[in-house]
Design a protein around this ligand. Structure first.
Ligand code: NAD
Length: 517
């Protein structure tokens, strides 16, 4: 849906919601005035101590209730995704419902272990009668800002672990998916205490207000351009932030690949979500030995994709213009459209398009297209092809297609990206136990897996000292015995050090030191 902010006759601002399959307005959603964003964060802050104080067992019960509410609402979610994002039903069910049930189940099953404190076990000679632990505590209020392309899965990937860890969340969905945001928030309000999840509706103005409203951490998913702004605002305030940004994923098809699987998998990964997936295959490098057969098979498979049933529309007219501009520039510079290439509608639908004869400096190879366009490039030299894979500012995921799994893995591990798959692409974004994210302009944030808790918790060290003596070994006064003890310990630890004299010095220093104290 294209969400266009406009003034209502009563002077309030609303998002006019347009169905991308028709371009028709289907609803309006009230925008949160910028000057009320702080109040939403304040409500989340007020709710946080009690939410944390409920304890993990009770929070799990309530998050399980949220899961049940979500599953009961699944048909509404799917039909809203069709109206709001033009999402085909099969795609909505798999990526936004079934995958999210798995996400709830994994976090609910793992969270006790993941939040268990690490004991601090101390050497009783150096640190007598002391012990402690490192425990994970909620950061407080998480400011969550999300895009429209997976408007349920992306927020849930943060909401579920953030809530289980004891945080409250102030969440701004995209202005292009506000109704899905409102539905998810309604479910939260049905089962969670007031203030635990606060909703802010609007565009960049509200997003900026949220980042600067005193939240304790920001979890942002979106474009590189916006991510840089969010990071700068967070940097000024020393607010920790997690950034999940764009991608320009490549698939590399080796000569021994299973041709049918590679074709099916890459067509799905390029044209699923109409290419509006951070991990869509946007560049495909194919061994020259297989190239012609591969291109013919991809074109034949792509021609069978059904508009709106398999491949939905672009989300906005602006996104459609970007896709058209990328294709037009490539064609102007000599690329060949092997199939597709047009935007005949309905709505903002663009045909799935296969291009050959492309150059690395064309927009379609260098910048994130975020649309249903697949450029295919032959290679003779695998090493050079892999260098080209790494030659973009992005680093999200890469797939290698080969029957030799060990070779595929080794090649993938040589690349600078956050996810490597052999004979598959992108699907690990839906796996709650698999870390998601990547280096370089992809932002370095981590979603899913225990590593996601790094952004949502703070480790706190607690040490209890029952020694009851007036002095510790390393306290004042600094004297010769302390230096003898330290020097002896160093000799003992050194390879080839004077171990026996070291042991003697350490022991005599140790005894003298305790006598001093
Ligand atoms: P976007 O950057 O335009 O918007 C993302 C969110 O940021 C929206 O909610 C928007 O309202 C908000 N926003 C805009 N300006 C802001 C500002 N100045 N301060 C704070 N918030 C602001 O991105 P988009 O078009 O919604 O999403 C598409 C992008 O997201 C693509 O680049 C895609 O690759 C990326 N993405 C990445 C991942 C990932 O996991 N790495 C997943 C999905 C999408």
């Amino acid at each position: 849906m294209a969400g266009v902010l406009q003034q209502d006759p009563d002077g309030s601002t609303v998002i006019a919601c347009l169905d991308p399959r028709s371009g028709q307005q289907v609803a309006t959603v009230p925008v949160t005035p910028v000057d009320q964003v702080g109040a939403a964060v304040a409500r989340a802050r007020a709710a946080q101590p009690d939410w944390h104080g409920l304890g993990l067992a009770r929070r799990k019960v309530l998050v399980e209730a949220l899961r049940q509410a979500f599953l009961a609402a699944a048909p509404r979610v799917v039909s809203l995704l069709a109206e709001e994002c033009g999402r085909p039903g099969g795609e909505a069910w798999t990526s936004e419902v079934v995958a999210n049930n798995d996400l709830f189940a994994w976090w609910l099953g793992q969270i006790d272990d993941l939040l268990t404190a690490d004991p601090i076990s101390l050497n009783p000679v150096n640190y007598p009668r002391k012990g402690g632990r490192v425990q994970l505590e909620p950061v407080g209020v998480v400011g969550l800002i999300t895009p429209w392309n997976l408007p349920v899965a992306i927020p849930l990937r943060c909401l579920v672990p953030a809530l289980l860890a004891g945080n409250t969340v102030a969440w701004k969905p995209s202005e292009h998916s506000p109704r899905t945001g409102a539905l998810l928030h309604e479910l939260c309000r049905q089962v969670l205490p007031p203030g635990v999840v606060e909703l802010v509706q609007g565009d960049g103005a509200q997003g900026q207000a949220l980042v600067t409203a005193g939240v304790d951490a920001v979890v942002f998913t979106g474009s590189v351009r916006t991510g840089r702004r969010v990071a700068a605002l967070c940097g000024e305030r020393l607010v920790p932030c997690s950034l999940e940004l764009g991608g320009k994923d490549a698939a590399v098809v080796l000569a021994d690949a299973d041709l049918e699987r590679a074709v099916e998998g890459i067509v799905w990964a390029a044209f699923g979500l109409a290419g509006q997936n951070c991990a869509a295959v946007e560049r495909c490098f194919v061994d020259a030995a297989l190239y012609e057969r591969f291109v013919d098979a991809v074109v034949a498979r792509t021609r069978k994709l059904r508009p709106l049933l398999d491949v939905g529309p672009l989300i906005t007219p602006a996104q459609l213009e970007i896709v058209k501009a990328h294709v037009a520039e490539a064609v102007d510079r000599g690329a060949v459209v092997r199939c597709g290439g047009g935007a005949p509608g309905p709505g903002w639908y663009h045909e799935p398009t296969v291009l050959t004869g492309v150059q690395d400096d064309m927009l379609v190879m260098a910048e994130e297209t975020f649309g249903p366009v697949l450029p295919i490039v032959p290679f003779d030299d695998l090493e050079q092809a892999l260098a080209r894979v790494d030659g973009t500012p992005y680093g999200l995921t890469t797939s290698i297609w080969t029957r030799d799994l060990a070779l595929g893995e080794a090649l993938g591990l040589g690349l600078r990206c956050g996810v490597v798959t052999v004979n598959n692409h992108a699907f690990t974004g839906a796996l709650p136990m698999a870390a998601w994210g990547g280096p370089k302009d992809t932002g370095g944030g981590v979603t899913s897996s225990r590593f996601a808790l790094y952004h949502l918790t703070r480790p706190r060290t607690v040490v209890l000292d029952a020694l009851g003596q007036p002095h510790e070994m390393w306290w004042f006064p600094y004297n010769e015995a302390l230096e003898r003890l330290s020097g002896g310990l160093v000799e003992l630890a050194r390879r080839g050090g004077a171990r026996l004299p070291g042991a003697r010095a350490a022991l005599s220093g140790f005894i003298a030191r305790w006598k001093d104290s």
